[in-house]
Design a protein around this ligand. Structure first.
Ligand code: FE2
Ligand code: FE2
Length: 139
C-alpha cells in the first residue's frame, strides 16, 4: 500500500483549507500506523471518530467560505460532502459493530482516493472565489 502524503499539487494556497486537508491526511496515516502497530481497538476507534468529526468540521468550513465568496457550485459541492460524510460514518459504524472484521485498508484507500480526486477536481474550482476574500486564516 502506498502511503498518502500531502503534496504541492493539492495546494489551494488558502491556508485554512490546506491545513484541514493536511490534518485529514495525517489522521488517515495515523490510523494506518496504529493498525500496523496493533494498537488496541478503543484507541483506533477514537482516531476513527476524530476522522469523522474532522471531516465534518472541514466541510463546514469549506462550505462557509463558498457561501461567503458566492461560489456558484455551492449546492452540488455540498452534496458531495454530504455523501462522503455518510460513507465515513458508515465505516465508523461498521468498525464499532465488529472491529475484528473491519478492514482499515479499505477505509484508507477509499478516503485517500476520494480526497485526491475531490481536492484536485472540486476544491480547486473554489480556489479563485475563496482567494478573492483575501487572507483567510487557518482556524
Ligand atoms: Fe476540502
Ligand atoms: Fe470540498
Amino acid at each position: 500500500m502506498t502511503i498518502f502524503h500531502w503534496r504541492e499539487n493539492l495546494s489551494l494556497h488558502v491556508p485554512a483549507i490546506d491545513d484541514d486537508h493536511k490534518t485529514l491526511i495525517d489522521l488517515l496515516n495515523r490510523l494506518h500506523f496504529m493498525t500496523l502497530a496493533g494498537d488496541d481497538r478503543e484507541a483506533i476507534g477514537s482516531v476513527m471518530w476524530e476522522l469523522v468529526r474532522y471531516t465534518q468540521r472541514h466541510f463546514r468550513r469549506e462550505e462557509m467560505l463558498m457561501r461567503l465568496s458566492g461560489y456558484p457550485g455551492y449546492e452540488a459541492h455540498k452534496r458531495m460532502h454530504k455523501a462522503l460524510c455518510e460513507r465515513v460514518e458508515e465505516y465508523y459504524g461498521a468498525y464499532r459493530a465488529k472491529p475484528s472484521r473491519f478492514n482499515i485498508k479499505k477505509l484508507y484507500d477509499f478516503m485517500a482516493d476520494w480526497l485526491v480526486v475531490h481536492i484536485t477536481k472540486e476544491d480547486m474550482k473554489i480556489q479563485p472565489y475563496v482567494a478573492s476574500l483575501g487572507n483567510v486564516e487557518a482556524a
